[in-house]
Design a protein around this ligand. Structure first.
Ligand SMILES: NC(=O)c1ccc[n+]([C@@H]2O[C@H](COP(=O)([O-])OP(=O)(O)OC[C@H]3O[C@@H](n4cnc5c(N)ncnc54)[C@H](O)[C@@H]3O)[C@@H](O)[C@H]2O)c1
Ligand SMILES: [Zn+2]
Length: 353
């Protein structure tokens, strides 16, 4: 088993191993008076609730289950309120623990509910998608959506522990797996050329998957330790994300996050190559790795429509926006643009579907 310690305001460990969920009772050192609220979605519930319940049974603690519909729409105020009411009904108190058992949707909603219920209770992340394992379960960003924009209401709330168990990934749809790979590719381009090159060989992905997950987590850990509250370097993790968010919004979330990220990354890379920053060989590698993992790279909408969304984006800082540029694979930096300048830059990177 691999353990990664995250030294932030509330330090915690990430445990990575096939079957690590079976050790959850031992590793979080629960006492019997603690009770668990398991937040999950219908898919994960039917596939794996029994596995989690069995792992927790050693604690002999009460387990209460709250199940939401799968999908992005579940990161809603309605679900938040229902979950808080549910916890109050069960008289959950500050000694008890919420377990977010599912993908990023469950993790974001659960983390936020745990942040505000009784001014904060502990929560544990048990991510069951690749995207949640390599990205959303680590770093303590939690949020729900407003109708006009994603992640508009939330907080920084670090979990008490994270359990990354590869056994859950066996049942993940190919499309969801590909979306997780979108974020994995992001980590390679951002910080680690060797990691990136490992992703070129799809055939060997399965045997390499656990070390790849662990590498992404430790890269995110390093950034989060340096900039827990996202005021500086952590913004690098938004590589390709300003375009990605606009694609998600225009598509009404029919284009999933990981796919939108792949398109965003390629468009930025093409813009960097056209302005002479990124070597053309690296651009080709980026395109190849995106295609290898069945991810799209061409812009599906008009750039001007996407820019309209970006101008309203929450990352807007006054009249400027930070975009992440690629010098070469593994070497990236933040650059400030005004919106017209950003549109010009992206124009270089437009390759339409
Ligand atoms: N907090 C952060 O730092 C952060 C970072 C990146 C993304 N996010 C958020 O994460 C969310 C996306 O997360 P996601 O991609 O995990 O989506 P998701 O939670 O919607 O899960 C995707 C689908 O996979 C299903 N599923 C989950 N685990 C499964 C399993 N083991 N086997 C079979 N099916 C399974 C789910 O039921 C769902 O239908 C977005 O809301 C995004 O905003 C947050
Ligand atoms: Zn992302």
């Amino acid at each position: 088993m691999k353990e990664i310690l995250v030294k932030v305001s509330k330090p915690y460990k990430i445990y990575i191993d096939h079957g690590v969920i079976d050790k959850i009772s031992d590793l979080v050192g629960v006492d019997r008076s603690r009770r668990f609220v398991v937040l999950t979605d219908k898919n994960v519930d039917s596939l794996y609730f029994e596995t989690l319940a069995k792992a927790l049974s050693k604690t002999k603690s009460d387990i209460f289950k709250f199940v939401i519909e799968p999908g992005e729409d579940s990161k809603s105020f309605d679900n938040l309120i229902s979950l808080l009411e549910f916890m109050a009904d069960k008289d959950i108190n500050s000694k008890d623990v919420l377990i977010a058992f599912g993908g990023g949707v469950v993790g974001d909603l659960g983390g936020f509910a745990a942040a505000i219920y009784r001014r904060g209770i502990d929560y544990i992340q048990v991510p069951t998608t690749l995207l949640a394992q390599v990205d959303s379960s680590v770093g303590g960003k939690t949020a729900i959506n407003l109708s006009r924009a994603k992640n508009m209401v939330g907080s920084f709330n670090q979990p008490r522990a994270v359990f990354c168990d590869r056994q859950f990934l066996h049942t993940l749809a190919d499309d969801e797996f590909a979306c997780g790979m979108g974020e994995v590719i992001k980590y390679g381009i951002l910080f680690d050329r060797d990691l990136f090159l490992k992703l070129m060989d799809r055939g060997r992905l399965d045997e390499n998957l656990e070390p790849i997950i662990a590498r992404c987590i430790s890269l995110k850990r390093d950034i989060v330790e340096e900039d827990e509250f996202d005021t500086g370097k952590r913004q690098l993790l938004n590589l390709g994300h300003s375009l990605a968010h606009s694609i998600e919004v225009i598509s009404n979330h029919t284009i999933k996050h990981g796919k939108a990220v792949a398109i965003g990354i390629y468009t930025v890379a093409l813009g960097c190559a056209k302005s002479g920053l990124l070597p053309s060989g690296d651009l080709e590698l980026i395109k190849e790795v995106i295609q290898t993992h069945n991810l799209p790279f061409k812009l599906p909408y008009k750039l001007s429509d996407m820019m309209e969304i970006i101008r309203k984006d929450k990352k807007r800082r006054g009249d400027y926006i930070n975009e992440i540029l690629i010098r070469k694979i593994g070497d990236t930096y933040l650059e400030q643009f005004d919106f017209d300048g950003l549109e010009e830059f992206f124009k270089n990177g437009v390759s339409h579907a």
